[in-house]
Write a protein that binds this ligand. Structure first.
Ligand code: TZP
Ligand code: MG
Length: 215
């Protein structure tokens, strides 16, 4: 995939656990109606069989809206569910290995936790990079570098890969992170914890669009 074929701006990372108000399938559908254009299923605690069941269920809804499904860190679930892609971190199965085992993978995401990763073959093998995390978040605490705006700018100046910013992203900070160089904003709680996921997605999308217009 080349840079220009990454058309996604608002990325929902979802799990059943992250959705206190509604069933995660309903949250996903409302979020799509509000402007989310790519969704990752991230179930860190599920056995593969349970993870796969959820992925298949979610994909049925996503297919109706032509929204790509990305699976977090489980190649078996990604392949068996018919997902469009997979997202992995620095300590997971590597992008080069995923390319070998799953040549049909359309969207391969790789989280950047150290600047040095920008120069390794894993980054070369991926389609987009996750800037992980931009800000500290309670949703994921085992993180390495909190990038901040300076980190986003620094990564942006060193790579042509599409950049997905994650970590405590919300409507109040999305614009400045996009202005700093992020191509896409990924959220868990800003949509999943909101009692109105459709509206939450709309607000985020507005801020992202404004940020892109200001660049
Ligand atoms: N990777 C880096 S931060 C994060 C992940 C999965 C969690 C983001 O969650 P939230 O609730 O949007 O801060
Ligand atoms: Mg991981």
């Amino acid at each position: 995939m080349n840079v220009k074929s990454f058309p996604y701006r608002l990325y929902l990372v979802i799990s059943e656990e992250a959705c206190p108000h509604y069933d995660f399938i309903k949250v996903a559908e409302e979020a799509i109606k509000g402007g989310v254009d790519i969704i990752q299923l991230r179930e860190k605690k599920d056995a593969s069989s349970q993870f796969l069941k959820k992925a298949v269920e979610l994909k049925k809804v996503l297919d109706r809206y032509q929204i790509p499904l990305i699976i977090n860190d489980n190649l078996e679930v990604a392949i068996k569910s018919g997902a469009a892609g997979i997202h992995v971190g620095n300590t997971d199965l590597t992008p080069t290995e995923i390319r070998k085992q799953w040549p049909q993978c359309e969207i391969l995401g790789y989280s950047i936790e150290y600047l040095e990763q920008l120069y390794n073959e894993q980054t070369y093998s991926s389609d987009y990079l996750g800037i992980s995390p931009v800000y500290n978040t309670d949703t994921k605490t085992n993180t390495v570098t909190t990038w901040g705006i300076d980190g986003v700018q620094s990564i942006c100046s060193k790579t042509e890969k599409p950049l997905v910013a994650i970590g405590n992203m919300k409507a109040s900070n999305a614009k400045k992170v996009v202005e700093a160089g992020a191509d896409c904003i990924a959220v868990v709680s800003a949509i999943c914890s909101d009692s109105n996921p459709l509206k939450a997605a709309q607000l985020l999308k507005q801020e992202i669009d404004q940020g892109i217009n200001n660049r």
